[in-house]
Design a protein around this ligand. Structure first.
Ligand SMILES: NC(=O)c1ccc[n+]([C@@H]2O[C@H](COP(=O)([O-])OP(=O)(O)OC[C@H]3O[C@@H](n4cnc5c(N)ncnc54)[C@H](OP(=O)(O)O)[C@@H]3O)[C@@H](O)[C@H]2O)c1
Length: 431
């Protein structure tokens, strides 16, 4: 099992801190690089105040193995300022920032890298990163994780040197562009020692397609109820996972979700991966329900069932998780209100601009990339097209709704053409 050498973490959010704490348990030095922004400034100031030490704390005792500290050996403000020899680059930035971050790195730094690790990629991210690195004269191994290992926040919300990991996924997946990668094995063992089970798969597409957000967020957010709650909030909050009218979940939303799963599966299969059983993935990798609500037979044969039966089961899944079915009821027989996750509205950022919260901003990028892949592969995706059209209609109304007010780039209809062109080249080479 090889070591990862000197590790540079790109990103200054909560996942960067937890990732640094894990990486700090390996023999090599750990450095952190971030962009120049108001949020990154507060991270770097907090790191300096903490004497160059990052800390991760855990909410639940069972996740104690993820807690710890990491002394950061080098800090770079601005990706263009990174110098020195780094063997492993861990990208903890959002997937739409991979190309901008790599593009700012000094070519010599990039050429020296043995590998790039993507902690929260989307479908096509490893192909994007590998092809883009090659264009810049580098040829690193690329390792994709299916998703970030859990739920990590900065207390108070401002980026800082101490984070709290409040939840951990039961299982995540990972894969490398290098077959039988010893670096991936080292990362798997590192996660195992911290209590996180990583299942190694055959190729990055397999890992990248095992991210539940790809399957559920487009339908949950790109609908009239959620879009209003995000972009034109009025009245009391609406909740992401609640049934209509408290939230967006209706039989029609579930029909869209199941149809989008089929289209995404066609894309994954065309890329050489294997589709997932949506219901099994929701219950085994996300949140289980009681067998009284959905039995194991229905889960096992989900993929063969008629569409209307699949939709029924997915609706039952959301209905069964309105409360946490494994929580202890209170004296009135009420269980924990599990689905009370408010839909966050647009907000003013540190710079005074209106911005769009991560959900659905990131989902827009991810879904546009999937749509672009579908077009390239000749896969029909009318459901995905409809979801994106609804989202883009909302973006187009925003300047009228907030006339004269500064809006961030997240309000602009985009084609993400740069990333898609690179991914198309990578796919063309692979086929
Ligand atoms: N935190 C979690 O528990 C969690 C759970 C699941 C998935 N994830 C995923 O993990 C990723 C990172 O999450 P996080 O919580 O650490 O997020 P975060 O606080 O939003 O940090 C992301 C980092 O990306 C940077 N960034 C964003 N856009 C950029 C751009 N265009 N160019 C360069 N840098 C850019 C940010 O810089 P600024 O601070 O300057 O914006 C920040 O350093 C996200 O994709 C998120 O969806 C996180």
């Amino acid at each position: 099992m090889s070591d990862l050498g000197r590790i540079l973490i790109a990103g200054t959010g909560p996942t960067a801190v937890q990732t640094a704490v894990l990486a700090g348990r390996l023999p090599g030095a750990v450095g952190v690089a971030g962009r120049e922004s108001a949020r990154a400034d507060s991270f770097f100031a907090a790191l300096a105040d903490a004497g160059g030490v990052l800390r991760a704390e855990v909410q639940n005792e069972q996740h104690r193995a993820l807690a710890g500290r990491c002394r950061v050996r080098e800090v770079f403000r601005g990706y263009g300022t990174v110098t020195g020899e780094w063997d492993t680059l861990i990208l903890t930035v959002t997937a739409d920032a991979y190309v901008p971050v790599l593009g700012q790195l000094d070519r010599r730094v990039l050429a020296r890298l043995g590998r790039i690790v993507l902690t929260s990629p989307t479908l096509g991210s490893a192909a994007l990163v590998r092809e883009y690195a090659r264009r810049l004269g580098a040829d690193p191994e690329v390792i994709s994780f299916s998703s970030y290992l859990g739920d990590t926040r900065t207390p108070g919300g401002t980026p800082g040197a101490t984070v709290l990991t409040a939840g951990v996924k039961r299982r995540i997946y990972a894969a490398s562009t290098t077959p039988s990668s010893s670096a991936l094995e080292r990362l798997r063992a590192l996660h195992a020692s911290a209590g996180v089970h990583v299942e190694v798969l055959g190729g990055p597409v397999e890992a990248e397609s095992r991210n539940i957000s790809l399957y559920v967020h487009p339908a949950l957010f790109m609908n009239d109820v959620a879009l209003r709650a995000v972009f034109r909030p009025s009245g009391p909050p609406r909740y992401v996972y609640k049934l209509f009218p408290e939230g967006p979940v209706t039989p029609s939303l579930v029909r869209t979700m199941v149809a989008q799963w089929r289209e995404l599966t066609d894309v994954v299969v065309a890329l050489g991966g294997a589709g997932v059983n949506l219901l099994a993935f929701m219950l085994d990798d996300s949140y289980p329900v009681r067998p009284e609500s959905i039995g194991p037979d229905d889960v096992a044969r989900f993929e063969e069932l008629p569409a209307v039966h699949q939709e029924y089961l997915v609706y039952v899944r959301y209905a069964s998780l309105l409360i946490d079915p494994f929580s202890e009821p209170d004296g009135d027989g009420r269980y924990f209100d599990f689905s009370a996750v408010p839909i966050r509205p647009v907000f003013r950022s540190e710079t005074g601009e209106w911005d769009v919260p991560r959900m659905p901003r990131e989902d827009y990028y991810r879904t546009k990339v999937i749509q672009g892949l579908a077009r390239q592969l000749g896969v029909a995706c009318p459901t995905i097209d409809g979801l994106l059209a609804a989202y883009e209609d909302e973006l187009r109304r925003a300047p009228g709704e907030r006339a004269g007010e500064p809006l961030s780039a997240a309000f602009v209809v985009q084609d993400f053409g740069t990333d898609l062109d690179i991914i198309r080249t990578a796919i063309g080479k692979a086929s």
